[in-house]
Ligand binder design. Structure first.
Ligand SMILES: [Ca+2]
Length: 165
């Protein structure tokens, strides 16, 4: 008599991961991104069609269970910028409060600590303490960060963790 292999018998044996934010959850082998989002590493990325103020851009990302783009590595920055169009600017998830001493306090929307050694400001930026919201834009075809006004309308990028099945 032959026995049928059922789904219950299919096993995946992978070492358990440490479960840090950048690694898939232990025991999860399948991941995906929503339609019209693109995958990179453990995350999914969405580039808006429309333009919006910085605050409303973050709200739109939140509505999709995401945040405005937080950049953690150079590889991530390079992945996302090759998908962008150089004649647009894109809001990302970094903004600041200017402290009384004039020092600027940069904050990522997902509470990731701001690390000066992983920043990609254009030369000469940030240049204006009255510009509190950060955009990705291309200067001479080179992508970088620029502090800019929060109440302009720009395209924006959302990021979420991949969905694990
Ligand atoms: Ca600026």
């Amino acid at each position: 008599m032959t026995s049928e292999v059922t789904y219950a018998e299919v096993k995946f044996n992978k070492p358990k991961s440490s479960g840090t934010k950048s690694e898939p959850p232990a025991g999860k082998d399948w991941s995906c991104c929503p339609k019209s989002w693109g995958p990179f590493s453990s995350n999914c990325y969405f580039i808006s069609n429309g333009a919006n103020f910085w605050n409303d851009s973050e709200k739109e990302c939140l509505r999709m269970n995401a945040h405005l783009l937080v950049i953690n590595t150079k590889a991530e920055q390079d992945f996302i910028t090759q998908k962008l169009e150089t004649h647009y600017a894109y809001y990302m998830g970094l903004s600041d409060k200017t402290l009384p001493m004039g020092e600027r306090h940069w904050q990522w929307v997902d509470q990731t600590p701001y690390n000066e050694s992983v920043t990609f400001w254009h030369g000469g930026e940030p240049n204006n303490p009255n510009e509190h919201c950060v955009m990705l834009n291309a200067v001479s075809n080179k992508w970088g960060w620029n502090d800019s006004a929060c109440n302009e309308r720009h395209k924006f990028i959302c990021k979420m963790m991949k969905i694990y099945l």
